[in-house]
Design a protein. Structure first.
Lengths: 234, 184
């Protein structure tokens, strides 16, 4: 399970993750300027544009994608994947829709920090660290659902930062949500395809532990980034 | 023994992940995103410039800087359009004020793409002011209409990087050449 020389692998994976984080970090994970102007100027139902924005937000949302990568890391049976991803989708849909409709204003930095923590948590779970806690084990299905709720709040806050017109709000919100699910399916298919190739490789078991340590490291970087941004913005 | 070994591996991996995260953050992300460089690594890697470059704060212009000041009288239910020929990226500062409420529409007509118009603001007002940057090459300006029963006097003052102005009124149009701020 554990490689004898994990340090070398950690370094390699860290380099890959750092470059990915830097590329993604170049643009903050908000809805981009031109799209924001579109949403602010939009009144009435606009189904396709909001589906597109939702899908784009998810596909370019590295925090959501890192968490999903953690969730499906050890899942190879399609049934299991569908089960976990559905739980995640139920969780984030509830808070996305309720958060926007009830106008719940959450601190975007703290929500994103919790999303980063969800990445750290999922990596810990994949590394088998939670089995060391003794008798009590968190239910992995429940954890995906609960973290899904926080991811939904993140989606809701980034949508609320735009000036949403009340005209056609519900239709646009549901369209955005459908877009999020489409984006999630696109992202997941790429992740699952890559993982299933990787799983056939004899090195998978050996590198799995180290890869999750690198995933956890990326989660920590996102966490520190969000907390720093929050402190400096305040 | 096996159990102890795994625990040790976990502890090492978790601490390594955390320490690496802090190192990456302090050495790379802090200088690049927040412009703080406690270790000097940002300067070393040339990352400091990323945070220090403020997007679009300065926008120097090639077009001659001109000013314009016009006054119109709009009788009840009369309308007019007043637009500037501007290249993409050129800006102007404007203020207009009327002694009665007018319907207005701030819009632009593209001269390179046929039949392309974009409206940025419309409504009823007696005054407005702002900055405007042309999103494309074209005619940029206002449509005003007096929808009341009294004559309205409208004054417009602008300063910016436009070529000239055109007034459209009663089916005809007149071009106006404008004064550069420095006359040669």
């Amino acid at each position: 399970m554990v490689s004898e020389r994990p340090i070398k692998h950690i370094l390699l994976l860290l380099t890959a993750l750092v470059s990915a984080t830097l590329l993604a970090g170049a643009q903050a994970h908000n809805i981009a300027d031109g799209d924001a102007a579109f949403v602010a100027g939009n009144a009435g139902a606009a189904v396709v544009p909001f589906i597109y924005l939702g899908a784009k937000h998810m596909v370019t949302g590295y925090d959501h994608l890192l968490f999903l990568a953690g969730v499906v890391f050890f899942l190879s049976r399609p049934g299991q994947i569908v089960q976990y991803v559905t739980l995640f989708a139920i969780g984030h849909s509830i808070t996305l829709i309720v958060g926007v409709l009830a106008n719940i204003q959450a601190n975007a930095y703290l929500i994103d920090a919790i999303i980063a923590l969800s990445v750290v948590y999922k990596a810990l779970e994949n590394m088998g660290a939670l089995q060391r806690l003794g008798r009590w084990h968190p239910d992995t299905r429940l954890a995906v659902l609960v973290f899904g709720l926080f991811h939904g709040f993140g989606l809701a806050t980034s949508l609320q930062e735009l000036e949403l017109n009340p005209d056609g709000l519900i239709v646009n919100l549901i369209s955005f949500n459908i877009g999020v699910e489409i984006g999630q399916i696109i992202g997941l298919s790429l992740i699952i395809a890559a993982f299933s190739l990787w799983r056939q490789h004899p090195g998978f078991d050996r590198t799995a532990f180290v890869s999750n340590a690198a995933l956890m490291c990326a989660g920590f970087v996102l966490l520190i980034y969000q907390l720093t941004a929050w402190q400096l913005a305040g | 023994m096996e159990q102890k070994q795994t625990n040790r591996h976990l502890a090492v991996a978790i601490s390594a992940a955390f320490i690496a995260a802090i190192a990456i953050f302090v050495a790379i992300i802090l200088p690049a995103e927040f412009g703080r460089d406690p270790l000097g690594t940002g300067r070393l890697l040339g990352l400091s410039g990323v945070a220090e470059t403020t997007a679009d704060a300065l926008n120097t212009q090639l077009e001659v800087h001109k000013t314009d000041e016009v006054e119109f009288i709009l009788e009840p239910f009369q309308s007019l359009e007043y637009k500037y020929l501007m290249d993409q990226g050129n800006g102007l500062v404007y203020s207009w004020r009327a002694d009665g409420e007018l319907y207005f529409d701030l819009h632009a007509e593209n001269i390179t793409v046929e039949d392309y118009e974009e409206s940025y603001a419309e409504g009823e007002a007696a005054q407005d002011m702002g900055t405007y940057e042309a999103a494309f090459n074209g005619m940029h300006g206002w449509f005003w209409e007096n929808r009341g029963f009294d004559n309205v006097t409208l004054r417009l003052k602008t300063s910016g990087f436009y070529v000239n102005a055109t007034e459209y009124r009663g089916g005809g149009s007149t071009d106006r050449s404008l004064t550069p701020v420095f006359e040669n």
